[in-house]
Ligand binder design. Structure first.
Ligand code: ATP
Length: 261
């Protein structure tokens, strides 16, 4: 059943934001782009954020993940208030608990995919080198790119590279994965494969917050959050027996029409 959910918080939230504001200085003037955003994401939930270009989706994602500081309000990951941490502690926390998937992963071009994936966690000194390779193997097999492990980033397709990027993001078993247009640069078939992978990872318990313009991506979520002009204006719950993808896509498009997006 497709349901509308209220935009209120949840006691079991893994990530919660309260009254978050953010301004940028443009031509010497502060322009507020997030106007007191509240958002709670439950453990294991898959949430997508949709809205017009410039509505503040990426700014929200960066603010919630601590990649960029917010001006006011609080952001908590589980019991830890991210907005109260020093930048060093926040960076540690981010490395340990969060994964990031962007439109195009940045890889070192002279290293093979496996080395690229293992390298991040090697730098972080997590486990033994053998542990890291075995974790990478598990993820790469799952993503269907183990056979490509020795290829250089320039020798694989955009979709394969994105799958490697997702493997890299998951090396440390993050509690939450943030995605900013993870299928934005891919053709339809590759995008579907990435979506299948993200959906599968979410089913295994990884919480996800993904910003997207693509209704097919949004429709995979448990909940779609709609932003307009720096505010969350509506939410659409897609949990339960929501039927085939098409019905979910229809529901998202219908809500976008109602909101004039
Ligand atoms: N570093 C910055 N300096 C000044 N203004 C910024 C900066 N980053 C973002 N903005 C502005 O903040 C607003 C929100 O931008 P943001 O990138 O969050 O929107 P978005 O919804 O993700 O857009 P899109 O869908 O086009 O990626 C926009 O008006 C943008 O121009």
């Amino acid at each position: 059943m497709i349901t509308t959910v209220s935009p209120t918080g949840s006691d079991t939230a893994l990530l919660s934001a309260h009254a978050v504001t953010k301004s940028f200085t443009v031509d010497g003037r502060a322009v507020e782009v997030l106007h007191g955003v509240d958002l709670s994401i439950a453990n294991g939930e898959f949430v997508t954020v949709m809205g017009p270009s410039g509505s503040g989706k990426s700014t929200l994602l960066y603010g919630l993940s601590g990649m960029d500081a917010v001006d006011a309000g609080t952001v908590r990951l589980d019991q830890v208030e991210l907005t109260a941490l020093t930048s060093d502690l926040l960076a540690d926390h981010r490395r340990e608990h969060m994964g990031f998937v962007f439109q195009q992963p940045t890889m070192l071009r002279d290293l093979g995919l496996l080395e690229n994936i293992v390298l991040t966690s090697s730098l972080d000194r997590v486990g033994t080198p053998a542990d890291r390779v075995s974790r990478a193997e598990e993820l790469m097999r799952r993503a269907g790119i183990w056979d490509l492990r020795a290829r250089m980033p320039a020798q694989v397709s955009g979709g394969q590279l994105q799958r490697a990027g997702i493997c890299r993001a998951l090396m440390r078993r993050p509690r939450i994965v943030f995605g900013d247009e993870p299928t934005g640069s891919l053709n339809r078939e590759s995008a579907e494969q990435i979506l299948d992978l993200l959906t599968e990872l979410n089913r295994d318990g990884t919480t996800m917050l993904v910003v997207t313009h693509d209704v097919r991506v949004a429709a995979r979520a448990d909940r779609v959050v709609f932003m307009i002009d720096g505010r969350i204006v509506d939410e659409l719950g897609l949990t339960g027996d929501a039927g085939p993808d098409l019905a979910r896509v229809d529901a998202v498009i219908g809500r976008m029409r109602e909101l004039g997006i």
